[in-house]
Design a protein around this ligand. Sequence first.
Ligand code: ATR
Length: 264
Amino acid sequence: MKKYLVIGNPIEHSLSPMLHNYWIKKNNIDAVYEKKKLDENELKNIIDDVKKKKLNGVNITVPFKKTIIPFLDSLSTEANETQSVNTIYLNNGKIIGHNTDAAGFELAIKKLEYNLNNKKVFILGAGGVVSSIIFALNKMNPSEIILANRTKEKTLILKDSFKNIKIIDWGEIPNFDMIINATSLGLKEADKINLDFSNVGQNKIFYDVIYNPKETNFLKIAKNLGHRFENGKMMFVYQAHQAFTLWHKIMPDIDDETIRLFDK
Ligand code: ATR
């Protein structure tokens, strides 16, 4: 039986096992997908297990998407440009690190049928997922990508890799068409972002990378102000879909039943 794993810390909240095991069963694959909470000093052991084929694939989540990189033999273009790895596999004896978050975000935006061409995008946050979002946005031709983070130094690191982004201070609200919450604010139901969106104009789109809870306060504000809004569920589903396809060489269905898994 093949074995797959998602590693992170914390990891209890991860819905990856639920989704991957659902697709494994649907496609009659002899495999299991588990989750494991790790400390950083255990990353090497995990990679050794992939080399020894004790593990057939690993997903990486917060906070190891960058710290895993020194243990890998080679990176895909997406992983290299984002310096963020969420999917690992063995190819000809080499450990390859790939990033499916970028494609996950791109596919989620395509599904919205929202054309980003010439639009201004404002990103809140500079954590692990933001490089993937910028990488994906750059393929969709926005007129401007503006970034604000509470801790400004982190935005400067991103600016080094993505010269086209514009950095502003946390608290400023620029003119935008789409705003993306990529902070962890909202993971707890009571979390509120201390920003005032009442004067941003009309017909904006508010996107939250968070999918659990389904409707963060950020999205509730968007709803109350009459804007379009979307949570990160489909980004999560598509990144998993890309990893699954890469590992199993089978493209699983994303149907209503798949989406309903998240209602439980
Ligand atoms: P990491 O920073 O380890 O990659 P993350 O969950 O990917 O973790 O990112 C958390 C993001 O949420 C960061 O952008 C963080 O801002 P800081 O860089 O200033 O820490 C942001 N964040 C978390 N709590 C916040 C708060 N109370 N106000 C504003 N931003 C917050």
